[in-house]
Design a protein around this ligand. Structure first.
Ligand SMILES: Cc1cc2nc3c(=O)[nH]c(=O)nc-3n(C[C@H](O)[C@H](O)[C@H](O)COP(=O)(O)O)c2cc1C
Length: 336
C-alpha cells in the first residue's frame, strides 16, 4: 500500500487522465511556467503546464522541444484562446505530439477543440458558469478546471468553495474536474477530493519553488506578503470591461488604474474598437508581469499572486512541496 493510498485512490481518475502519479497540476503562469519549472513538476509526479501566453509559434516550438529534453513524463501546454495565432500554436502542439492542451482565457473559438482532438490530445477547459461548463464538456472538452477568485492572475467573481459546491455535485460523477484557487495545504486538497474533484491545480505555491526561474525579488515579495495583500484589480470605467487580476498591491496596481483611463479615452475618441482596447489591456498585463518575474521590478511590475500567498514562507523544491501536500491530504483523510 502506498504511503498516500487514500489520497491517490481519490485521485485515480485524475492520475489516469493526466498519466501522472499525483493529480496535482501546476497551473500555467506566464513567464514562470517554462521548461525548468514544468519539467520539475512532471518529474516529481505532478503535471506541469507550459504557459504559452503571448509566445509566437516559433518560441512555443522551442519551449516544448527544450521541455522534452528535461522530462520524459507527461506535461501540457496552455494556450490563450484570444491569441491571434491560436491555430498555428495548435499545429506546433500537434507536431510535438503534446498529450494535453489547456484552453484558457475565454470560450474556445470554433474549430479549436476539434483541431486539438484531431491529433489525439486531450483538451482541458475552464468555465466560469455551470451552463458553460456543460456546453464545453458536450462540445469535446475532456476535463474541466474550476478556478475561484482566490487564485492569482486573471480571476472570476466567485470563490473556489462556492464553485466547488455548485459544479462538483452536477459534473464530478461523469467528468474529470480539477479544482483551483486558494489551495495552499493538503487538507484543502483532501476536502475537494472528497467532494468529487479528480485533482487540483495550484499556481501561487509553485511560483516560488526552488526550480521556478522567477526573480529573487519576486519570490521575496511573496514570502513577505499576507493573504490580504493579494488584491483584485478594479474596473474604473464602466464602458471598458476588464477581467480582474489578483496581484500583490504595489505601485503597479495604481499604474493599472491610470492605464485603464488612458485606454478608455482612446476608445472614446473612436481611434480603436473594444476588442483592440481589451487586447491593449492584456498586453499591459503581460508586460507588467514580465517586469516583476524576469526583471525583478517588484515596484512597477505585476506581482500576480493568489490569496494562498500568505502561507508561503520559504523557497522549497517542487518535490518537497508535492510531498508535503500529499502528506497533509493523507493525514486529513486518515483522521476522518
Ligand atoms: C504569476 C501568475 C501567472 C499566471 N498566469 C496564467 C496564465 O498565463 N494562464 C493561465 O491560464 N493562468 C495563469 N495563472 C493562474 C494559474 O494557472 C492557476 O490557475 C492559479 O494560480 C491557481 O490558483 P492559486 O494561485 O490560488 O494557486 C497565473 C497565476 C499566477 C500566480
Amino acid at each position: 500500500m502506498s504511503q498516500y493510498s487514500k489520497t491517490t485512490s481519490l485521485m485515480r481518475r485524475g492520475t489516469d487522465f493526466l498519466g501522472t502519479d499525483y493529480a496535482i497540476l501546476c497551473g500555467a503562469m506566464s513567464w514562470v511556467s517554462e521548461r525548468t519549472l514544468v519539467s520539475a513538476i512532471s518529474n516529481a509526479g505532478g503535471f506541469g503546464v507550459i504557459a504559452c501566453g503571448a509566445m509566437t509559434p516559433e518560441l512555443l516550438d522551442n519551449e516544448i522541444a527544450e521541455t522534452k529534453k528535461l522530462t520524459a513524463k507527461p506535461f501540457g501546454v496552455n494556450l490563450i484562446t484570444m491569441h491571434p495565432q491560436l491555430f498555428d500554436l495548435i499545429e506546433v502542439c500537434a507536431r510535438h505530439g503534446v498529450s494535453h492542451v489547456v484552453l484558457a482565457g475565454g470560450i474556445p473559438p470554433k474549430g479549436s477543440v476539434d483541431a486539438i482532438k484531431a491529433f489525439g490530445a486531450k483538451v482541458i477547459v475552464f468555465a466560469p458558469t455551470l451552463a458553460l461548463a456543460k456546453k464545453l464538456l458536450r462540445g469535446g472538452g475532456d476535463a474541466l478546471v474550476i478556478e475561484g477568485m482566490e487564485a492569482g492572475g486573471h480571476i472570476g467573481p466567485v470563490s473556489t468553495s462556492v464553485l466547488a459546491q455548485e459544479f462538483l455535485p452536477e459534473l464530478a460523477e461523469d467528468h474529470v474536474v480539477f479544482v483551483a484557487g486558494g489551495i495552499g495545504r493538503g487538507q484543502a486538497i483532501a476536502g475537494y477530493l472528497e467532494m468529487g474533484a479528480a485533482g487540483v491545480q495550484l499556481g501561487t505555491r509553485f511560483a516560488c519553488a526552488a526550480e521556478s526561474i522567477a526573480h529573487a525579488n519576486f519570490k521575496k515579495a511573496f514570502f513577505r506578503a499576507n493573504a490580504r495583500d493579494a488584491v483584485s484589480s478594479v474596473q474604473v470605467d464602466a464602458r471598458l470591461p476588464v477581467i480582474p487580476v489578483r496581484a500583490l498591491k504595489n505601485k503597479g496596481t495604481e499604474e493599472f488604474t491610470a492605464k485603464q483611463r488612458e485606454v478608455a479615452a482612446i476608445l472614446d475618441s473612436g481611434a480603436i474598437e473594444m476588442g483592440e482596447a481589451q487586447l491593449q489591456i492584456e498586453h499591459y498585463w503581460a508586460g507588467a508581469l514580465r517586469r516583476a518575474v524576469v526583471d525583478g521590478d517588484v515596484e512597477n511590475g505585476s506581482l500576480m499572486a493568489g490569496q494562498s500567498v500568505g502561507m508561503l514562507k520559504e523557497e522549497e523544491p517542487v518535490a518537497d512541496i508535492i510531498a508535503k501536500l500529499m502528506t497533509q491530504s493523507e493525514a486529513a483523510l486518515a483522521r476522518r
